[in-house]
Write a protein that binds this ligand. Structure first.
Ligand code: BES
Ligand code: ZN
Ligand code: ZN
Length: 487
């Protein structure tokens, strides 16, 4: 367990004192350092350069151990720099197996606001995440206390409450990571139901409705049923909601929950099938968002709508050339069973539209093309420009980049079908991410503002980066929650 508190007074002798230092900052003005420690830092060439750290196991006085973390030029210190400093400090503490450390935010930096404290805490919590449930030999879980020095006694209480919020948000992110990292033999549509029930147990204010295959058939949800047909595990549609007494707005969050995407009969080859357990990141994100929103007591009515299916080939599987009929009566010709996300989301978007929310946002690992367009670190946004702007601003604050793509009317032609209302692929090699969004748009009530977030790149990383270990990142839950807090 890593607990993080706001302290109003400096710890006289922490196991590890961590000081955040700007480039060129006068070390003589810092606490915990005495002249020999300063000389040692200087001899090591430490001047507060970005990504440079200086560690002293036995400083001559004061703290038991000392860690200086360089932040780089003061004008360039943003929240992401602080998050990464939080990662470095916490990883050092873990490696040293210490029990307490004091992070001197107030005395080492002009950046002493709650947002800065929250960023350091996010770095510490999220940077220490590990997924070792399936390792027979586990590393010891880190267990220590971090004290963040507040600039004043008044500031302490406020900082403490923003740390409590940061904790709820980080727990949500780690929950998403756990669900996405869980292998598909253990996380499948029925396990998603168990997860939603567990969320409901954690917060009694949540309401849960689960539609099984028989109910989906009565509803005419041919998209979810079609994709689910190839699997021995039946599909479900989960609707988890939070409705506070006085809600300022009502919104629906829709998430793609493909617990394994083999491609179906249009089967993925070679390494393309690897990591396709992560194709339910959108579904996990919206479920976790509702739980976190309830725990944060946000004044918003929020509905998470997530279909969970396994996309598998079999004798009974959905075939290429089939036409499926969705909940709103529209039809689509299946040209590629690997473009399954849009097919299940079609029904989910119709369902969400019928809830009559003020707006809808969907999250989906929808297209490989999103990674071609924007790489691994940027979420692609399409749809209502005002909501996109607000989401992008929240993403910038949270260090989770997002960028809008256009939805030109003319590109509707990309999904034109000769036999049905549309087909589930676009023109090969042309704007695949936009074609996916054009398809989804057909299922959103025209009067309801909607944004589609393609998170195929940033939700899952092959290599660790910053606060993200390799594997599931939990992106963009933090930004989504920041956006919800701003409403
Ligand atoms: N789940 C994939 C998209 C994906 C690929 C996410 C790699 C994360 C990493 C999606 O279902 C898919 O296979 N999309 C196809 C669509 C195509 C057949 C129109 C794709 O992107 O190739
Ligand atoms: Zn697919
Ligand atoms: Zn998929």
């Amino acid at each position: 367990m890593i607990s993080i508190h706001a302290a109003s007074r400096r710890n006289p002798k922490p196991d590890l004192a961590v000081l955040l230092v700007h480039e060129g900052q006068d070390l003589a003005a810092l606490p915990y350092l005495d002249a020999p420690a300063r000389a040692a830092a200087k001899a090591d060439g430490f001047k507060g350069q970005k990504d440079k750290a200086f560690y002293l196991p036995q400083p001559a006085a004061k703290a038991k151990r000392l860690l200086l973390i360089g932040l780089g030029a003061q004008k360039d210190v943003d929240l992401e720099v602080l998050r990464r400093a939080g990662v470095s400090a916490a990883r050092k503490a873990r490696d040293l197996k210490i029990s307490s450390m004091s992070l001197c935010l107030a005395e080492t930096s002009k950046l002493v606001g709650d947002a800065q404290a929250q960023a350091l805490a996010e770095g510490a919590w999220l940077g220490l995440y590990r997924f070792d449930r399936y390792k027979s030999k586990k590393d010891e879980a880190p267990d220590f206390k971090i004290e963040l020095l507040a600039p004043s006694a008044q500031a302490q209480a406020k900082m403490q409450s923003s740390l409590a919020q940061a904790k709820i948000i980080c727990e949500g992110v780690m929950k998403v990571r756990d669900l996405v990292n869980t292998p598909p033999n253990d996380f499948h549509p029925q396990a998603a139901v168990t997860t939603a029930r567990e969320f409901q147990r954690l917060n009694k204010g949540l309401k849960l409705r689960v539609y099984d295959a028989a109910q989906l058939a009565r509803m005419g949800a041919g998209g979810i049923l079609g994709v689910g047909r190839g699997s021995t595990r039946p599909p479900v549609l989960i609707h988890l909601s939070y409705k506070p007494a006085r809600a300022r707005k009502k919104l629906a969050l829709v998430g793609k929950g493909v617990t394994f995407d083999s491609g179906g009969l249009s089967i993925k080859t070679g390494s393309y099938m690897q990591d396709m357990k992560s194709d339910m990141a959108g579904g996990a994100t919206v479920l976790a968002a509702v739980l976190a929103a309830a725990r944060l007591k946000l004044p918003l009515e929020i509905h998470a709508v997530a279909p969970f299916v396994e996309n598998m080939p079999s004798g009974g599987a959905l075939k290429v050339d089939e036409v499926v009929k969705f909940m709103n009566g529209k039809t689509a010709e299946i040209m590629n069973t690997d473009a399954e996300g849009r097919v299940i989301l079609a029904d989910a978007l119709v369902y969400a539209s019928r809830l009559k929310p003020d707006f809808i946002i969907d999250f989906a690992t929808l297209t490989g093309a999103a990674m071609v367009a924007l790489g691994m670190n940027v979420t692609a946004l399409m749809g209502d420009s005002k909501i996109m702007q607000a989401l992008q601003a929240a993403g910038d604050q949270g260090g989770e980049a997002m960028w809008p793509l256009p939805m030109p009317k003319a590109y509707r032609s990309h999904i034109e079908s000769r036999v049905a209302d549309m087909k589930n692929t676009g023109n090969s090699g042309e704007a695949g991410t936009i074609a996916g969004a054009m398809f989804l748009k057909e299922f959103v009530d025209e009067k309801i503002p909607w944004v589609h977030c393609d998170i195929a790149g940033p939700s899952y990383l092959k290599k660790e980066e910053g606060l993200h270990p390799s594997g599931a990142t939990g992106t963009p839950l933090r930004s989504l929650l920041a956006f919800l807090q701003s409403l």
